[in-house]
Design a protein around this ligand. Structure first.
Ligand code: SAM
Ligand code: ZN
Length: 273
C-alpha cells in the first residue's frame, strides 16, 4: 500500500486517523466521508470540478442495479491475467469506485487508493462503504510517489499518460476503459434526429505498449423510466441536450440498447522498447 504524497512538498503523508501529515507538518483533514482533499488550490487547469451531484447520484443508482456488472467481471479477468500477486491499484478518476471496490472484493490480497476531482463522487464512495484511501486530486497532478503502483485503473476518465507513467512501477499496467462506437446508440436514436456514433478509441498511448484491446458488447434491456433517466444523466449527452430532447427520454418506458466497451491494457514502456 502506497502513501499519498503531500501536494505542497511531495513528501509522503502519514495517516494519523483524522488527518494526514507530512514530515514538514503540512496537514490535511479527512472529511466526514473519509476522503482527503489534496487538490492544490492553484490547479487552474480544471474548469469545473468533475461530476456534479446529479450525475454522481444517477451513476450510483444505475450501476448499483448491475447493468454493467459484465464489465466488472471482464475487468477482474484482466487483473487475473496481467496483474502481479497482491497488487496495489490506483483508480484514477474513480468516481464512486463501483469498479475498483468490486475488483477489490474479488482479490483479497489486493490494496487500492482512488483519486477524483469531484468531492461529490468521493462522498458517494464513502457512503457506499469504500474503505481504501480516497483523495480529491486531479489526474494531471496525482498525489502519489514515483513507481508506487502495480495497476492503474482508468474508467471513462481523462488520460494523463505522463502522470500514469510516473506513478506506475516498471512493468506496471494501465487498464483503460472507453465507450466504443455504438455504445448506447439506441438511446441516442430515441433522442436525436440524426445520431452519430462515438469516435473510435485510440489504441495507443505515449510511453506505453498496447498489450491487448478487448471489445466487449452486450444488449441491455432497461425497464422503467427512472433507470433510463439515470443512464441518460450519467452521460455527457444529457448536459448538452435541450429541454425538448430531454423530455423525449423522459417518455421512454423501455430501452434496449447496446453497451459496448473497449478495455485497453497498456504496459509501461515505449512501443519500440
Ligand atoms: C464518467 S466518470 C467515471 C467514474 C468511474 N471511473 C466509473 O467508471 O464509474 C468520470 C470521472 O472522472 C472525474 N474527473 C474528471 N476530470 C478529472 C480530473 N482532471 N482529475 C480527476 N478526476 C477527474 C469525474 O469527476 C468523474 O468522477
Ligand atoms: Zn508537505
Amino acid at each position: 500500500m502506497a502513501d499519498f504524497t503531500c501536494p505542497v512538498c511531495k513528501c509522503p503523508l502519514a495517516d494519523e486517523g483524522k488527518l494526514y501529515r507530512c514530515k514538514n507538518n503540512h496537514c490535511f483533514d479527512k472529511s466526514k466521508y473519509g476522503y482527503v482533499n489534496l487538490l492544490r488550490s492553484n490547479s487552474s487547469s480544471e474548469k469545473r470540478h468533475g461530476d456534479d451531484r446529479l450525475m454522481v447520484r444517477a451513476r450510483r443508482d444505475f450501476l448499483s442495479k448491475g447493468y454493467y456488472s459484465f464489465l466488472l467481471d471482464e475487468l477482474c479477468e484482466v487483473i487475473e491475467k496481467y496483474a502481479p500477486e497482491n497488487p496495489f491499484m490506483i483508480d484514477a478518476g474513480c468516481g464512486e469506485c463501483y469498479y475498483s471496490q468490486g475488483i477489490l472484493g474479488r482479490f483479497p490480497g489486493m490494496t487500492a487508493a482512488g483519486a477524483d476531482i469531484s468531492k461529490s463522487a468521493l462522498e458517494f464512495a464513502g457512503k457506499r462503504g469504500v474503505k481504501f484511501p480516497l483523495c480529491v486530486a486531479s489526474v494531471f497532478d496525482m498525489p502519489f510517489g514515483d513507481e508506487c503502483a502495480d495497476v492503474i485503473l482508468n474508467c471513462f476518465a481523462p488520460d494523463s499518460p505522463e502522470e500514469y507513467s510516473r506513478i506506475l512501477k516498471p512493468g506496471g499496467i494501465l487498464i483503460k476503459v472507453v465507450p466504443l462506437e455504438n455504445h448506447l446508440f439506441s438511446l441516442k436514436q430515441a433522442i436525436y434526429e440524426s445520431p452519430y456514433p462515438n469516435e473510435k478509441p485510440r489504441e495507443s498511448l505515449e510511453g506505453f505498449k498496447t498489450a491487448e484491446f478487448r471489445r466487449i458488447e452486450r444488449e441491455i434491456k432497461i425497464d422503467g423510466g427512472e433507470d433510463i433517466m439515470n443512464l441518460f444523466r450519467m452521460t455527457p449527452y444529457y448536459y448538452k441536450t435541450g429541454r425538448e430532447d430531454q423530455a423525449k427520454a423522459e417518455r421512454l418506458e423501455t430501452l434496449v440498447t447496446s453497451a459496448a466497451f473497449g478495455i485497453i491494457i497498456f504496459k509501461k514502456g515505449d512501443e519500440n522498447a
